[in-house]
Design a protein around this ligand. Structure first.
Ligand code: NAD
Ligand code: UGA
Length: 463
């Protein structure tokens, strides 16, 4: 089948960048990204490409090149579905906040809405692609909805999970480690798989395009995130032991990472992993295991989350203890609020939880993040519902200038590993702070010896 029109439902962190790359690499295909969120679509269409809603290095240039040529952003979901041969579903699949599976299972209401809408609109055969991260066997539910509410046309459902990481999305999409496509073993299923393989083959070497059955593909995505997060919780668990024993977690990570069976990547001890997916996907995996009665499997993976929560709490406790057991009315400067560098995304960022703990201790938090707005910082705290908006805004102030954020502070906490933090004039910062001037490096990015020479009292993770 020759693909000329693709539609993607969901213009978020995955749908936007992924479709921008497909459009750039396949000028013969018209790619339309649709979303119900009018504000988000308007931002994607903003004349000034620097105002697109997602900050990713290199993304605005690609949008500039393809937008209006073969890349379109629209709120007209029905038209885009009607015209497309391939429909990607890339909507959010957050943890359920209500009912059965609350706090664990993935909320699939947005997925079901998409399936029902596709069924209603489609007047010819369609390939429907699960791009969102979904529980294993979701394709079965989608198929049932499509076949029972559709207009008698044929649907093929493929699973094509996305493995990009935020902050490096463009590079990850341009040079993926692999593209995974799961589909039916029937002849029709194999044809659908081939149609999608042909799209990716425009820029991805075919030996990197892996095809499997649908269930393996769905489960591989949850498994990949669980393994990645497990490495961080493992190294973070070791970080506490390092602090007690005089070992240095960076040295330990380097030593074990040189074993080619372990590998050097993803072994950075930190204040805890954040982001919209690791926690959500592991909780989902735990829920699925439990629902099959596999309690040992569930407990095994749940420990990754328990360790991560502990690491965040340990960091805030350490700040309070070191500051003579009270941070009440003390200014604590936060360098970074995003869950990692090079993104404006703050979902599940460790900074939110550390701030929440410190506000409980009546600290005054001063935030500087190069890409996160004051409005977002407050919204993140409000989302926790620990206290009223008024109380949160009385305890947190955002600054556009890092030196102002740090002036008069009793302590600085580094929550995100933005490169610029390393370059600051730390003598100037030291001079402007209360003494002793404490630094808690939650990302192990600062040169401790240099900082101590200036006069800072430093604490890092795992040393
Ligand atoms: P997001 O919240 O940034 O974007 C989802 C978008 O879908 C929103 O703009 C929302 O308005 C829209 N939407 C929801 N229901 C809709 C509907 N019925 N019709 C039209 N639009 C609708 O989410 P995201 O970060 O892009 O994640 C999307 C999926 O991809 C999730 O399942 C996530 O687990 C997965 N994923 C995310 C990442 C990542 O780095 N963020 C990486 C890999 C996979
Ligand atoms: C992660 C995966 O890396 C992607 O492959 C996956 O597609 C994505 O989740 C998803 O499914 O959403 P992302 O969350 O964007 O990507 O970013 P990561 O680079 O994985 O970082 C996640 C968190 O772990 C960040 O808070 C980061 O600071 C932390 N981290 C990462 C560490 O603390 N140590 C490390 O060694 C690596």
């Amino acid at each position: 089948m020759k693909i000329t029109k693709i539609c993607c439902i969901g213009a978020g962190y995955v749908g936007g960048p992924t479709m921008a790359i497909i459009a750039q690499k396949c000028p013969q295909i018209q790619v339309t990204v649709v979303d119900l969120n009018e504000e988000r679509i308007a931002a994607w269409n903003d004349e000034d490409v620097d105002n697109i809603p997602i900050y990713e290095p290199g993304l605005s240039e690609i949008v500039k090149e393809a937008r209006g040529r073969n890349l379109f952003f629209s709120t007209n979901v029905e038209k885009a579905i009607d015209e497309a041969q391939i429909i990607f579903i890339s909507v959010n699949t957050p943890t359920k906040t209500y009912g059965k599976g609350k706090g664990m299972a993935a909320d699939l209401k947005f997925i079901e809405l998409c399936a029902r809408q596709i069924a209603k609109i489609a007047k010819d055969d369609k390939i429907v692609v699960e791009k969102s991260t979904l529980p294993v066997r979701t394709a079965e539910a989608i198929k049932s909805i499509l076949d029972n509410t559709g207009n008698g046309v044929q649907f093929q459902i493929l699973s094509n999970p996305e493995f990009l990481a935020e902050g490096t999305a463009v590079q990850d999409l341009l040079n993926p480690d692999r593209i995974l496509i799961g589909g039916d073993t029937t002849e029709e299923g194999q044809k659908a798989i081939q149609a999608l393989v042909d799209v990716y083959a425009n820029w991805v070497p075919t030996d990197k395009i892996l095809t499997t059955n649908v269930w393996s593909s769905e489960l591989s995505k949850l498994t990949a995130n669980a393994f990645l997060a497990q490495r961080i919780s493992s190294v973070n668990a070791m970080s506490e032991l390092c602090e007690k024993t005089g070992a240095d977690v960076n040295e330990v990570a380097k030593a074990i990472g040189m074993d080619s069976r372990i590998g050097a990547k993803f072994l950075k001890a930190s204040v805890g992993f954040g982001g919209s997916c690791f926690q959500k996907d592991i909780l989902n995996l735990v829920y699925i295991a439990k629902s099959y009665g596999l309690h040992e499997v569930a407990d095994y993976w749940e420990q990754v989350i328990i360790m991560n929560d502990y690491q965040k709490r340990r960091f805030s406790n350490k700040i309070v203890q070191t500051l003579y057991n009270t941070v009440a009315d003390k200014k604590i400067a936060f360098l970074g609020w995003a869950f990692k560098k090079d993104t404006n995304d703050t979902r599940e960022s460790a900074a939110i939880y550390v701030a929440d703990d410190l506000i409980n201790e009546q600290a005054q938090i001063a935030v500087y993040d190069p890409k996160v707005s004051a409005k977002k910082v407050l919204a993140d705290l409000d989302y926790l519902e620990t206290r009223s908006t008024e109380k949160n805004s009385a305890c947190v102030t955002s600054f556009d200038d890092p030196y102002e954020a740090c002036a008069n502070a009793h302590a600085i906490a580094v929550l995100t590993e933005w490169d610029e933090f390393v370059q600051y004039d730390w003598q100037k910062i030291y001079d402007s702070m209360q003494k002793p001037a404490f630094v808690f490096d939650g990302r192990n990015i600062l040169d401790r010896a240099k900082m101590e020479e200036i006069g800072f009292v430093c604490q890092a993770i795992g040393s």
